[in-house]
Ligand binder design. Structure first.
Ligand code: NAP
Length: 484
């Protein structure tokens, strides 16, 4: 198999917040990898913008260090790094001030694709949009890339959408949920809609339930302040897990085109039933001998913010009525893993009798680590002794199946940035999608706040609070083990 690099047109990418953590860890290394892959052609430029007093040379040094630290440890030719750095420039700009804007406007080439990456705090989004407009840089061809979090509730998301809509059309807005850029997440669509095998079974008649788990081993790290105002529901559930749910549950779009896909995702969110309080479990990690607990970690001894949330969801439509979806995400859990498990029903009748045991097929899509999927198939246990059955995985680990090509799979940011340049919005969230997700999330959080709900403590290295296990046990089901 040969990796294909589809060239993109030359572009100017302006990174507001070009000296920030996200630019250093993700955006700049991703651009360098695309440069090495030959996708960022001569004439394309990356312009950092922030309040820092840097010149182009200073920004090149900043970027060199970022790539040395976060370049995935892959070997690269130093000459290629020098060539990439040549394409960099920097403008000192305050999103809230007037200086520097005219300099930026002069730097940009008319007629080239121009993308503005808003890698700054969301309170600056509207200010940036307004100044881009006022200084003549908001053209019908310009594109705006917006980082999460997109609001913290429906009202703030709406306000952000409105402030952007004053100067830009929805077709120019690229709201990032980096989960959508992951190779395996896109593979969800390929598996569902590129095979005859699964789609006829993909409904409540054949699927018993679906589990989505996104587990981390780390705690809140240095983001304590931000995280404590957000929690697992806002930080993970409303966006990443909701997007996975949409891709798993949506109807087949007529074509793989941005609005066709996003229309179907939106219908899933709108078909979600309100969640009963008894169908949600919130947790907070406790301290260990070596590590502080959540409250000490965020420096807020009375914090009621959740670092774990699990819930049972119902989708009220023809396809899914009667099939529950169980979602969970949390920090300081047993292993770092993200997976989706589609658990099929048992056969309606076992011709092998009770001694054959109970079996069901499970399609597991592993998003990380060890990206790939496996399908649990029931076969005869080898040897004499009657018809005993055993479940074995038909395993497809991408690294094995695709060989060396698997190593060249671009990471989420590489793919998403190139999609911005190509003008393809399929893997970005539309404004109405984000608002619908908040409209569903808001009553849940408001209920917790009104009841002053206390999250349950859970042990570091566990699978979350005991009640999250009970959430499935009481339905006669069990979570899949969290393991790397
Ligand atoms: P950060 O490390 O705090 O960096 C903020 C950047 O914004 C810096 O370059 C800063 O440079 C610049 N900035 C701050 N105020 C400014 C102003 N008034 N005018 C112009 N530039 C200004 O933040 P970050 O972690 O990179 O996050 C950036 C955005 O991405 C946030 O919305 C965050 O929620 C989101 N995000 C981050 C991550 C991550 O892993 N870091 C992941 C997902 C989403 P100066 O101080 O020099 O101006």
């Amino acid at each position: 198999m040969v990796s294909r690099v589809i060239p993109v047109d030359t572009f100017d990418l302006v990174i507001f917040g070009g000296t920030g953590d996200l630019a250093r860890r993700k955006i700049l290394p991703a651009l360098f990898r695309r440069f090495v892959a030959g996708q960022m052609g001569p004439g394309s430029r990356v312009i950092g913008a922030a309040r820092a007093d840097l010149d182009a040379e200073g920004y090149r040094q900043f970027t060199r260090e970022a790539i040395e630290e976060f370049g995935n440890g892959k070997a690269y030719d130093p000459k290629e790094l020098d060539a990439f750095l040549e394409a960099l420039d920097f403008v000192t700009i305050d999103a809230l001030g007037e200086d520097g804007w005219a300099d930026l406007a002069k730097l940009l080439d008319v007629g080239k694709i121009t993308a503005f990456y808003f890698s700054v705090a969301p309170r600056l989004f509207g200010e940036l949009a307004e100044r881009l407009h006022r200084f003549g840089m908001a053209t019908p061809d310009s594109r705006i890339v917006i980082e999460k979090p997109f609001g913290r509730d429906l009202a703030s998301a709406r306000a952000l959408n409105e402030s952007l809509a004053q100067h830009f059309d929805e077709s120019q807005l690229y709201r990032i949920d980096h989960y959508l850029g992951k190779e395996t997440v896109q593979n969800l669509m390929a598996v569902r809609f590129g095979n005859m095998l699964f789609e006829p079974l993909w409904n409540a008649q054949y699927v018993d339930h679906i589990q989505i788990t996104v587990a981390e081993t780390v705690g809140v790290g240095g983001r304590g302040d931000y995280y404590d105002r957000s929690g697992a529901m806002r930080d993970m559930m409303q966006n990443h897990l909701m997007q996975l749910l949409c891709l798993i549950a949506m109807e087949p779009p007529a074509k793989f085109d941005p609005d066709a896909v996003r229309d179907e995702k939106l219908k899933v969110i709108r078909a979600l039933d309100p969640v009963e309080p008894g169908d949600i479990v919130r947790g907070q990690y406790s301290e260990t001998e070596e590590l502080p607990g959540y409250r000490a970690h965020v420096g807020h001894p009375d914090s009621r913010t959740e670092s774990f949330v699990a819930m049972k969801l119902k989708i009220s439509n023809w396809r899914w009525a009667g099939t529950p979806f169980y979602l969970r995400t949390g920090k300081r859990l047993r292993a770092r893993t993200s997976e989706i498990a589609v658990v099929f029903k048992e056969t309606p009748h076992s011709i092998f009798g009770p001694e054959a045991g109970r079996h069901r097929n499970i399609l597991t899509i592993r998003l990380q680590p060890n990206e790939g999927m496996d399908l649990g198939v029931t076969i005869k246990e080898p040897g004499p002794g009657g018809m005993r059955l055993v479940d074995v995985p038909l395993d497809m680990t991408f690294a094995d199946a695709l060989g060396p090509d698997a190593e060249d799979i671009p990471d989420a940011y590489e793919r998403l940035i190139m999609d911005v340049i190509r003008g393809n919005q399929t893997l970005f969230m539309r404004g109405d999608e984000v608002e619908a997700a908040w409209a569903w999330t808001d009553p849940i959080i408001e209920d917790w706040e009104a009841r002053r709900d206390e999250p349950q403590p859970y042990d570091t290295g566990s699978s979350g609070p005991d009640d999250s296990l009970a959430l499935m046990f009481r339905d006669g089901r069990r979570w899949r083990e969290i393991r790397a």
